[in-house]
Ligand binder design. Sequence first.
Ligand code: PHE
Length: 454
Amino acid sequence: MNKTERGRFGSKLGAILAAAGSAVGLGNVWRFPYETGSNGGAAFILIYLLCILFLGLPVVLAEFAVGRHGKTNAARAFTLMGGSRHWRLIGFLGVLTGFLILSYYGVAAGWTLEYVFQSGINGFAGKGPEQFAADFQQFASDPLRPMLCLFIFLLLTCGIVVLGVQKGIERGAKMMMSLLFVFVLILVVCSLSLPNAMAGVEFLFKPDFSKVTGATFLAAMGQAFFSLSLGMGCLCTYASYFRSDEKLMNDAFSVASIDTCIAILSGLIIFPAAFSVGISPDAGPSLVFITLPNVFQQAFSALPLVSYCFSLLFYLLLAMAALTSSISMLEVVTAFVSEELQIRRRWAALGSSLFCLLLGICCSLSLGPWADYKIWGMGFFDLFDFLTAKILLPGGGFLIAVYVGWFADKKILRDEITNGGTVAVPLYGVFRFLLRYVAPTGILAIFLDQMGVF
Ligand code: PHE
């Protein structure tokens, strides 16, 4: 057997759930609610939906087409659609982004394991708001504990990737995504049953356009790309394992719909609970780790068992969502290393995970003992977040839209989207228009905004 023989998703459902697993992650349950909270609620969500539809979806479809056509790792796939070989730069950038994101995402994902543990041993019982803030600060800046969590998290990620495309990624996604849907629904029902929950629902669905500024628009676009895992070859790598009869347009719609539903349902878990105990929803990144455990304690103070189960389910949900996303990041890197260096998947995954562990340790230490070491005024954790979410992802998305929209072979593209002309795709013209004009302009706007140009 060839050392690097490629795997393939076994079923259509498996393929969609794997791609949706990549998209649904900390971005939905952690980032989306705090972005919505700090950007004024429903108006932000409305703009976010428009961004998913007009900017995100065309790039998802473009990544799918490149991946399935190339049937290889992200770097090589971008040389196979035509145009100059220099376009493989997109893939190299993607692999680099994969290493960097996984390193700091793994640290935050490790925190979720700690919170699963704490809620499991009922460690939140009887604590007040100050205590939650102090505990989180102390934990995140501890020199050892977060690293242990990071190690366990990367071990889980690597273990699943090593099992391969069908037995690891696809099976893991099917199991975890199904559990995730069930957990989300239980939590939404619990949260909506709280007194004054409707204030939270109103915050989510009743737009107040007076709060919309240019920054709201740009924040929504950034969130859309982060949440859809766009711009770093993740979806392209997964599509390289798709079967040839997979209908890419339908898959792109399914993945974007699942991702958006989970984000909105997360909002329906978090805001009704927060409003019910009168806590402001605009706490920023600490919302999930400081504000929420407190909300859960207060909201269900009369029912300690419900409070216990609610917290445990919520952090389990967060950990699983993070895991299906980190698997996809490691897969981009593993496929590249294994196919380009011709080494077995398991060694490629293990080596890449070790490298991410080292980088991740630096990120984790930057929140504690290394807090004084700064590059451009940022510690490693913040620097990696800034470089990836604000520069490399939008930059990659822009390049993909330009490459596939303007330089890739038109016939190959059409053949991929229509499965060689066997599937009618009435929206093909709209897709091309969005990809060529709307997406690059929109992404460029985020990019410039995040560089501080506006
Ligand atoms: N989409 C993931 C999330 O929502 C994050 C991610 C970004 C995953 C880029 C892969 C690539 O958490």
